[in-house]
Design a protein around this ligand. Sequence first.
Ligand code: KIV
Ligand code: ZN
Length: 512
Amino acid sequence: MKDHLVIFDTTLRDGEQSPGASMTKEEKLRVARQLERMQVDVIEAGFAAASPGDFDAIQSIARTVKGSTVCSLARSNENDIRRAGQAIAPAARGRIHTFIATSPIHMEKKLRMTPDQVVEAAVQAVRWAREYTDDVEFSAEDAVRSEVDFLCRVFGAAIEAGATTINVPDTVGYSVPSVWGELLRTLIERVPGADKVVWSTHCHNDLGMAVANSLSAVLAGARQVECTINGLGERAGNASLEEVVMAVRTRADVFPVQTRIDTTQIVPASKLVSQITGYPVQPNKAVVGANAFAHESGIHQDGVLKHRETYEIMRAEDVGWAQNKLVLGKHSGRNAFKSRLSALGIVLESEEYLNLAFARFKNLADKKHEIFDEDLQALVSDEDLTPDGEYYKLAYSRVCSETGETPAAEVTLNVDGAERKGSGIGSGPVDATFKAIESIAASGAQLLLYSVNAITTGTDAQGEVTVRLERAGRIVNGNGADTDIVIASAKAYLNALNKLQFPDRVDPQADV
Ligand code: KIV
Ligand code: ZN
């Protein structure tokens, strides 16, 4: 019998710390449902003390998700812990994940606390957390640059206070596999009470070794890996869930562990997260990249046709690639539409939203004969189907683009309920449309990124646009999809402007 490896997904917390990746409550719920369908053990749903919106999202996930443990992050202070405890209260299984930095540089320069004060804060935090749940995780932030003796002391104290999972983070992505495995082995040997807890690892990818370091920790005895879909996360990201899960499964001869992940849900999860956050997946990304199973060289193609295993170590269908199938067409009825949405884990809040989504589906089916799962996901992402963030809405747009002429656009927006008209000219139809929107919004935001991807194949495919805006140091991503890429672009731009309307959140890794 192999040991169980706990998969702790932090896409909704550390993943959300990627610039512009913050998600609305609805979006977080959709991702959480997909993670549950994938049978993730623990979903870190957010940081409850960050903002009322984060608190709300965690609470809704705790109410909705019953097949996975729902967790909130909390710094080691009373307010954070109590907010986390309240947010996870409705969960069938709830966890509080509390942390404090333990490296000399973080203790001195960031926290301005002595090592004794840090141990005391950690112990107190774990005790408060135990008032809400008997599933308490403690992390030593920046463990990678902490002194081993001090780590043994703080972890021992946290275990004595009631922590049930001990997490060792490489917060700055500095370690290498041999060193990281050795650290985990030493801690598991030396920390008093080590045998009573689950050891966990949380690695960042600054040197491209987050997955390798996590797997090395597993070989050293860690039985929980913290990871994210598509490796999303702070800076260069976290260890990618799909790579960790498929490495353990594909190299069962090497790893003495197994997960309970339904791997066929990996690609749908990857697409959903990419679409919601606006972070595209690089084509050569392991497991979920568009080319991960594409064989370009003639020799490889020939080999695969003769015998698949000549060049393939995993089956595309095992990670969910085969699921891109025709699902609906223009004659599909409301029930077929609703049941396909629910198979995708999409539950619209009310009949009104379902009706709106169905009308949009019919409209799309008129323009595009074959509707795929990806089209449906894009369709329900449209902001006018979600209750959050509707300050700006596109009512009408027109663009004139002809050879030798300067493109010009007109738009009508619904701004907080009032109709406003604007116009603009630009170097192309998209540029003109953005100028027309800005003639109304005057947001002062700077455009950092604009990208278009075809959601499916064919020239009738929907274009999916991502727009990244920055204002006063705050970065947001907006998405929009439509068969007309100028309209998709306008929707993405407005989606980003709407996100800028949300109040700012507290950074979880700020001072305690
Ligand atoms: O990277 C890190 O140290 C973290 C902690 C909050 C676990 O994300
Ligand atoms: Zn992290």
